[in-house]
Ligand binder design. Structure first.
Ligand SMILES: Nc1ncnc2c1ncn2[C@@H]1O[C@H](COP(=O)(O)OP(=O)(O)OP(=O)(O)O)[C@@H](O)[C@H]1O
Ligand SMILES: [Mg+2]
Length: 351
């Protein structure tokens, strides 16, 4: 005989509230489907529920997007440096997803030559989006996923889903994509459907986004638990932060999920520039406070700051290194990355 359980029984099985079970069901794609829906609510097969719970507790990846509407504020540098440090210094399994048609994270991690051949073979993330638009089936996840990338001997567990310049055209075509039945062709669910089988092979998935909140970026946010906002602490780079927080909160509402603002990261900081000091102080003062009339709060600011340094800019070159410190810099540059990764781990524990 099959054991059937309702929400209340499931809550009892795992010693949580019924509300928690309802949330699991809402938030988890693979929560078992009910075998029937009675007046008293849905009923499930107990065995399926137990299996699901076991899988869930193997820990799901923490997924974080790197967002700023402003270009050139070190989104990509921060994403790649964080990924490599989480792997090399903290022994985490990390997946980097490059959603930016500029392909900067991709070439930082696998070099231009390798990218070129992958791109020619169609083994980039853009094939996934093309498939959705053209109703094809060309995306090959295992051939697209690049394992153990980055060329630093002590960094072994960073994988990459590479980007392509073609994403620029796809961005426009996504807007006019016909909405399919049951959201199966919903243009913000493409990434989620394409890669959900691998995300939980990782501790962290870091998504490098282009400097806009278009459909491609929304695909990244759709699967994200939260986002970080790298910014140069100057007037123009920080100007859009309230807009970002507001727009992403609206999007969270639309998809009935939470995408948390994890924090602002100050980048390319010039100690002598008084505008940088002033902006940083202002952001720290605003952190956690309500923004204007809205119910939303200004994001927290990470303690770590990244100083401007020619060494960090050179780290964009794809070359061989033995250690993280060698690549990212001996004069405190790598120390900042290590400090940031530590903070990041601490803060994202709570998302
Ligand atoms: N701490 C730093 N010191 C000096 N240069 C830096 C630093 N961090 C990043 N850079 C350089 O600044 C430039 C912009 O950085 P990056 O590409 O990471 O920004 P981005 O926000 O991803 O840009 P885009 O919006 O174009 O994607 C790059 O040339 C990068 O090497
Ligand atoms: Mg970038």
């Amino acid at each position: 005989m099959i054991d059937l359980v309702g929400i209340a029984e499931i809550a009892k099985m795992f010693d949580v509230s019924s509300a928690a079970v309802t949330n699991w069901r809402k938030r988890s794609d693979n929560f078992p489907k009910p075998v029937a829906i009675l007046k008293s609510g849905p009923v499930f097969q107990a065995e399926q529920i137990e299996k699901w719970y076991g899988r869930k507790n193997k820990m799901a990846a923490i997924i974080v997007s790197s967002i700023n509407l402003k270009g050139g504020v070190a989104k990509t540098t921060t994403t790649v440096g964080l990924a490599q440090t989480l792997s090399g210094a903290f022994n985490k399994r990390v997946l980097v997803i490059d959603l930016d048609p500029q392909t900067n994270a991709t070439t930082m991690l696998i070099g231009e030559e390798k990218w070129f051949s992958l791109n020619q073979a169609g083994h980039t993330i853009s094939t996934l989006f093309e498939d959705a638009i053209d109703d094809c089936n060309n995306f090959d996840l295992s051939k697209t996923l690049q394992k153990s990338v980055g060329n630093i001997s002590e960094v072994k567990s960073v994988d990459l889903l590479p980007s392509s310049l073609n994403l620029i055209n796809l961005q426009d075509r996504l807007i006019t994509m016909p909405a399919g039945k049951y959201q199966t062709r919903n243009p913000v669910n493409i990434l989620r459907r394409g890669i959900k089988e691998i995300t939980n092979d990782y501790d962290y998935v870091l998504i490098d986004c282009p400097p806009n909140l278009g459909y491609i970026t929304l695909n990244g946010l759709r699967i994200s638990d939260g986002y970080i906002i790298p910014t140069i602490p100057d007037v123009l780079s920080t100007y859009g932060i309230p807009q970002i927080v507001t727009r992403i909160a609206e999007f969270s509402d639309e998809i009935e999920d939470n995408i948390l603002p994890i924090g602002i990261v100050a980048t390319k900081v010039r100690g002598q520039a008084s505008i940088h000091t002033r902006t940083l102080n202002k952001m720290r003062k605003d952190a956690g406070k309500l923004m204007g009339e809205s119910k939303l709060r200004y994001p927290l600011v990470f303690n770590t700051i990244f100083s401007e340094s020619a060494r960090v800019a050179e780290a964009a070159e794809y070359e061989e290194y033995k250690t993280l410190r060698q690549k990212w810099g001996y004069q405190g540059q790598y120390d900042s990355l290590a400090e940031f990764a530590g903070e990041f781990i601490q803060i994202t524990k709570e998302v």
